[in-house]
Design a protein around this ligand. Sequence first.
Ligand SMILES: [Zn+2]
Length: 356
Amino acid sequence: MTSPLANLQSQIDELLARIASLESLEALRAAEPSLTGKRSVLSSLQKSLGGLAPEERSDAGATLQGARRHVEIALEDRRVELAREERRIRLQADRLDLGDVVVQSVRWPATVGHRGLVPSTQRELEDVFVGMGFTVADGPEVESDWYNFEALNIPPAHPARGMWDTFYVDLGEPETVVLRTHTSPTQIHLMELALAQEALPIHSVMPGRCYRRDTPDARHLATFHQIEGLVVDRDITFADLAGVIETFTRSYFGSDIESRLRPAYFPFTEPSAEFEITCTICRGDGCRTCSQTGWIELGGCGMLDPAVFSAVGLDADEWSGFAFGFGIDRCAQMRYQIGDMRALIENDVRFLGQFS
Ligand SMILES: [Zn+2]
């Protein structure tokens, strides 16, 4: 009788070929019962050994066991191989393609940051004044009461203090400290410095941030920017002041925009004036913004009060001068016809992007 294991080698080879041809773990799991399970050729061979004589059965059993072990190892190896391959494919699919992200972002217009409207307006204003022979000076934003008020001829309890809604800084010091309500204290620093360094005369502008306890609305902000001008020299007259204002107005706003001065009161100048410019919206014809007058108020100015000279120790008989100041934010608002000042501080990129 032929041994049931006569074709064992070719049967094993066939099983190994089938294992090698499995393409996925799913296919492997489906094929497993027919390769090594109860429905496999190995199991039928196992059963057929029952018909052998006991002495043959033992040898054949060992042979078959060896063959089965061989198939099981091949199957296990194939399982590991397929699992590795499927994991690799899954990772490949999950991988973030960073190159793709770059391409994606280029589809939107690439944006480069730029200077904000207020700082760029400040630069333009500085440029105009530098062109007129002025230097640019900077001063602290936190000031003592003396620099912000007293040296500017505004003593404590003076009614003029009501002109500025002031933020007071509580440092627990006996000295009163404020957030500067205007850039004028820088004038005092500048005059003290010029006196100490014998650097008179002074022709300077002083731009910077100021603070007032205002509720922001379309025309006011609690934080705003001013530019202050100071001239201290010999034989300075009101005509020099009017000339500087007019030259600035035409240089910055255009040759068809004029300036005019109207009497006003400021504690640190005497005489004082408000200066107005031709309404930039209607060009002088009259509109809602200028209340049909054709003029818009830009800032204040005047001849330096002798009390300010004596506060810093300058001889009012030898020196004379004038000062002027106006809002940088207001300038930007008028030049670009911005209806609401709050747009300047709201950081809406749709607004900011218009001024790149
Ligand atoms: Zn107007």
